[in-house]
Design a protein around this ligand. Structure first.
Ligand code: NAD
Length: 479
């Protein structure tokens, strides 16, 4: 077996596998070590995102959205069908097939790019050296390389008040696998995972209650967008309780008895299933020998600089393992940056331009600063808001919830933040990201011709509104 490489990458999630492919494209002799295996001990590539995160959740969101549309929306189009029925096993099979195709696809990309794959548990021994306990044997091999990239990802956080039991109290992975629709579903944490999985099962018929510890709903999002989101989720029947701390979850027969405190009072609730989605922690335990000198900081994140360089020369760390939002695309960009740096090229990640998306209905998406962040920083800005209710395309689609908000610097007009809630915002937000990357101003967006009728026009109109000249919405005048 070959043991000498230019680059060793530990982890084949969206940070690691993308980095491996880019390293190989740049002519570096690359090996990727992955510990995840299936029941037959075959290596599983793609990490959390492809296997138990972004992709399977989007597959279930799609199925559940279709089900809901058939049940409630199509009659407005004059379409009728028989009684709507959902086969959960078939829905889960479809999700698994999509995951399989994509993870196989990564294997294919490794082969096509000549990225070597080693299945096993890797540990950084020292600068330039990684030991691997190979899958299915006690054999330990030592790999050498001039550069090492750590990309071991993250795992769901478990809290003492709700220990996972793999059946009734589950993490996000369990929340993708229920064999039937729970009548009542509790979710701890109103973050991206809680809202997305809560939406899936709510659409399929569960009564969903989300317990959120913080006083503010969606504290990371712009306040106006968060408020609008809260309104729509409540209309959908998702009960979001903020300022609410779950103190105990106990089994009561097949159900879960939840004890929680709210306004200083203790309450009880029975649910069929409980999903715990209170965040994730970096997989940094045991990734390096004690004497290797790898610095690990607060929260278990591997300490890195803005180029993902760790405390050890020629050892990099990327993705969920390091500071910054735990997002697949952020990890992939870091992976590509590090590959370029190793090849001797200039590269950097623009950490000020990372899109955040929550794939609920309406979809929530943003990039850049919120109004609150700008106020706190004492920065002067102007805003322009355009509601989808005033968009012809949104009306034609019957999808009019939400708005686009553009925030621009009051002096330079540069784009400081763009926040959206509404139809297809997961796609629309990328127009704002491109504009920010190319240092566009709100005026640049306002001067661009947008096709009609499109949802994108809402971004155009919101940019015009920054200067008080949106066309399709009357300006509110003070009496
Ligand atoms: P999160 O950090 O987004 O949200 C967790 C929520 O749980 C927070 O609102 C927090 O206040 C709350 N919380 C924490 N402890 C609590 C407690 N004891 N009781 C009640 N509430 C509590 O985490 P997540 O939703 O688990 O997602 C994990 C990571 O994965 C995040 O970084 C997220 O960005 C990422 N992710 C992203 C997407 C996406 O981009 N669409 C989807 C899923 C996950």
């Amino acid at each position: 077996m070959e043991t000498s490489f230019d680059v060793i990458i530990v982890g084949a999630g969206p940070a690691g596998y993308v980095s491996a492919i880019r390293c190989a494209q740049l002519g570096l002799k690359t090996v990727c070590v992955e510990s995840w295996v299936d029941v037959a001990n075959n290596p599983v590539l793609g990490g959390t995102c492809l296997n138990i995160g972004c992709i399977p959740s989007k597959a279930l969101l799609e199925s559940s959205a279709l089900y809901e549309k058939l049940k409630s929306e199509i009659k407005h189009h004059g379409i009728s069908t028989g009684k709507t029925h959902i086969d959960i096993a078939q829905m889960i099979n479809r999700k698994n097939r999509i995951v399989n195709e994509l993870t196989q696809g990564v294997q294919g990309l490794f082969a096509a790019n000549k990225v070597a794959l080693v299945s096993g548990v890797a540990k950084l021994r020292s600068k330039g050296q990684v030991s691997v306990e190979k899958t299915g044997s006690n054999e330990v091999v030592v790999l050498n390389a001039s550069h090492i990239i750590l990309a071991t990802g993250s795992s769901p956080i478990e809290i003492p008040s709700a220990r996972f039991d793999g059946n009734a109290i589950v993490d996000s992975t369990g929340g993708l696998e229920f064999s039937e629709v729970p009548k009542t579903l509790g979710v701890i944490g109103a973050g991206a995972i809680g809202l997305e999985l809560g939406s899936v099962w709510s659409r399929l018929g569960s009564t969903v209650k989300i317990f959120e510890a913080l006083p503010d709903f969606l504290a990371l999002a712009d306040e106006q967008i968060a408020k609008e989101a809260g309104k729509h989720f409540r209309q959908q029947g998702i009960d979001i309780q903020t300022n609410t701390l779950v103190t105990r979850c106990e089994h009561k027969g097949e159900k879960v008895k939840v004890t929680f405190t709210q306004d200083g009072k203790e309450h009880l609730e029975l649910v069929d299933k409980m999903i715990v989605a209170v965040g994730r922690r970096p997989n940094s335990e045991n990734i390096a020998a004690d004497n290797a000198g790898l610095e690990i900081g607060n929260g278990g994140f591997v300490s890195v600089d803005d180029r993902c360089r760790t405390s050890i020369d020629c050892v990099y760390a990327i993705g969920d393992l390091v500071r910054g939002p735990m997002l697949a695309h952020k990890g992939s960009e870091e992976g590509m940056m590090v590959a370029e740096l190793i090849a001797g090229n200039y590269a950097q990640v623009n950490y000020g331009n990372i899109p955040a998306i929550i794939y609920t209905h309406p979809e929530i998406a943003w990039v850049g600063k919120t109004e609150k962040e700008l106020k706190d920083a004492g920065q002067n800005y102007r805003t322009g808001v355009f509601p989808f209710a005033a968009s012809g395309r949104a009306r034609a689609s019957g999808d009019t919830a939400g708005m686009v908000k553009v925030i621009a610097d009051v002096d330079t007009d540069s784009l400081l933040g763009v926040h959206m809630i509404g139809p297809h915002c997961s796609e629309l937000i990328m127009q704002a990201c491109i504009a920010i990357e190319l240092k566009a101003s709100a005026e640049d967006l306002a001067l661009t011709m947008f096709a009609h009728p499109t949802l994108s026009e809402a971004l155009h109109e919101a940019s015009l509104a920054v200067d008080g000249r949106a066309i399709h919405i009357a300006k509110l005048r003070r009496a």
